[in-house]
Write a protein that binds this ligand. Sequence first.
Ligand code: 0O2
Length: 268
Amino acid sequence: MEIQLWRSILCPYELAVKELMVKFEHIIDEHKQNDLYSPIEQVSGRVKSLPSILEKMQRKHIPMEKMEEEIEDIAGIRIICQFEEDIDTVASIIRSRSDMTIKSEKNYLKHIKQSGYRSYHLIIYYTVDTINGPKRLQAEIQIRTMAMNFWATIEHSLQYKYKGEMPLHVAERLSNAADAIIALDREMSSVRDEIMDAQNSSQTQSNLVKDILLSIENLYKISNKREVEKIQDEFLRVFRTKDLQQLARFHRQLDIIAEGYRAQSVSF
Ligand code: 0O2
């Protein structure tokens, strides 16, 4: 097949990867903006390389006309979570979306691969709009923790290095490392609530500070500069206390002051 033709086949998959990444990244933003812990830590994506597509077609005896149907991971999205519990949450989010239809799911957390590989895989149908109209295609979404990703990345590189003929002593080391990753994920899960609390309050503080600074900036436009400077000094004092409740109280007071100014300017 000509390179040009390959390009036009892969073009919608590139669009799908870009769109899906934006959508998952937006889920992170939405959680943060609502002071919520995000079950998604990080998102990446790729279109499968041509050599990798050709190798898979050869290995699985897939004819050209069946390529798009049978190679389900031409578009691939990887979602990284902090904790193992988050994986289920992310899978549920995907299942409930109206723009993604589940084709199949593979649970390599319950059924760990012989290599030691753990991840949750979903194959979805997703429609992109191209210059030739809508195109429904498949994409693979891999969901895993940071620790699982660490292991899989190293193992993938070694697989590539040894081209499927991994020496026994390396395979053994990887298998031990996989056990250590299971233990690490378990340990992290046991302190999940505490970590989530800490991250939530840091996000709440960051949003509060952003709102307060915006309010002070707006007050500058409509009120007496001296008074706003006093408010700013008071904000710095409250900020230094690192007390979230004091900061929230200050925010509410600022709202009342701003409301007062707005009422005054309307009555004029
Ligand atoms: P890439 O793009 O290099 O990651 P197959 O693809 O034939 O192995 P199948 O049934 O099509 O198997 O899909 P499967 O096993 O559900 O998922 C395939 C993808 O999962 C792989 O993509 C890897 O990304 C990941 N994966 C599966 N098993 C392992 C493993 O033992 N170690 C690591 N590190 N990753 C694994 P590709 O094809 O390797 O492409």
